[in-house]
Design a protein around this ligand. Structure first.
Ligand code: SF4
Length: 367
């Protein structure tokens, strides 16, 4: 037969400088954090705080809010103060909003010093203000907003173009002795994006914020992000991640969290091991898996639940899990840690699994 696959091995984390985004450390000494961005108008303080609360509840570590106008900048102090997680203000061009965000108590500002320099060279003052307030920065290079001169040199947003832009932007802070920043080099093409981050990782010890930009609607965006982040994180590259989806931000957090769990970069929580079903299935596996997933949503313990369509592979997988079902003949054999504890009629499989899961979860929590 086939030799067994070796266990997947992740390269050690690339060594980086450490920065703080409020209470969250970003860099190789810290766990990889998951971020999202609010979709509310920042001026609508209540709606924004409501969304931040939802993001916090779903496990978001850091949240970014857009700050395109003076009114948005005025909303920042309350948002920064009332948010349960560090807030990053996202600013393009206007230095005055950068100062406002720093003074508002935002944990960090996303801004490209190259843009500031073009209009009103206040990079040095920004570096000083950020230092004084303990505010960190993200330099966010984006394929869609590359420097015209770099675009001209490379013809399009190649990995080399993104990296040259990033290194240049970084130097604008570094020449003022400011080092508390992380960098992103986003592109909508995972292949270009991965190449850019790999190249950037070679050129300095900056902490890196990973993102595939404009990744698309949930299905495509999830896959693009998972593939790109997986390629980079397995090489030890990446310190904080943001999944961009044309979907509610909570979905971004769920996907980001699942990517980290899949790579064992975060402790696994609930895991449903369900079979794809096939001609042998004696039960509607999709429906069963969906109902069990829905019934156990939000469970915080590392529970593996196997949902298997028949008794061919079923018992084997179900044995490997904490809890499982193998179906056949209108019945479900319920396994707990390898042993059949009962056999129930098909219409009681879901409730029995949920009941047992809750019981095991309680045990785990009290251990
Ligand atoms: Fe098919 Fe049974 Fe395997 Fe499910 S567990 S894929 S039904 S053989």
């Amino acid at each position: 037969g086939m030799p067994p696959l070796p266990p997947p091995v992740l390269a050690p984390r690339r060594k980086t400088r450490q920065i703080k985004v409020g209470s969250v450390g970003v860099g190789s000494d810290f766990p990889i954090s998951v971020q999202s961005m609010t979709t509310t108008k920042t001026t609508d303080i209540n709606a924004t705080l409501q969304q931040i609360a939802e993001l916090t509840a779903s496990g978001c570590d850091i949240v970014r809010v857009a700050c395109p106008s003076a009114d948005d900048a005025e909303a920042l102090p309350i948002i920064a103060r009332k948010s349960q997680i560090p807030v990053i203000a996202d600013i393009h061009f206007q230095p005055k909003y950068v100062f406002a965000a720093i003074e508002a108590g935002c944990a960090a500002v996303r801004v490209n010093p190259g843009n500031i320099r073009k209009f009103d060279d206040q990079v040095k003052e920004i570096a000083q203000a950020a230092k004084d307030h303990g505010t960190s920065i993200r330099i966010g290079i984006n394929a869609g907003s590359l420097e015209p001169s770099i675009l001209k040199k490379y013809g399009k947003a190649t990995p080399e173009a993104l990296v040259e832009s990033a290194v240049w932007e970084a130097s604008l802070f570094e020449e003022h002795g400011f080092h508390d920043f992380k960098i992103s080099v986003k592109h909508n093409d995972p292949v270009v994006m991965v190449a850019a981050y790999e190249m950037l990782a070679e050129q300095g010890d900056w902490p890196l914020h990973l993102g595939v930009t404009e990744a698309g609607p949930a299905f495509q965006g999830t896959i693009k992000s998972a593939v790109a982040f997986g390629a980079l994180l397995s090489k030890g590259i990446g310190d904080t991640i943001r999944v961009s989806l044309s979907a509610p931000p909570v979905e971004e957090i769920k996907v980001g969290d699942q990517i980290l769990q899949s790579l064992n970069l975060r402790p696994r929580k609930l895991e449903i091991v369900s079979c794809p079903s096939c001609g042998r299935a004696q039960v509607d596996v999709y429906k069963l898996a969906e109902e069990v997933t829905a019934g156990l949503e939000g469970l915080e313990v590392p529970l593996r639940v196997a949902v298997m369509g028949c008794v061919v592979n079923g018992p084997g997988e179900a044995r490997e899990a904490d809890l499982g079902v193998a179906s056949g003949n209108g019945k479900g054999q319920i396994f707990v840690r390898g042993k059949v504890i009962k056999t129930v009629p098909e219409d009681q499989i879901v409730e029995t699994l949920i009941e047992e899961a809750m019981r095991i979860a309680e045990q785990m929590e009290s251990d």
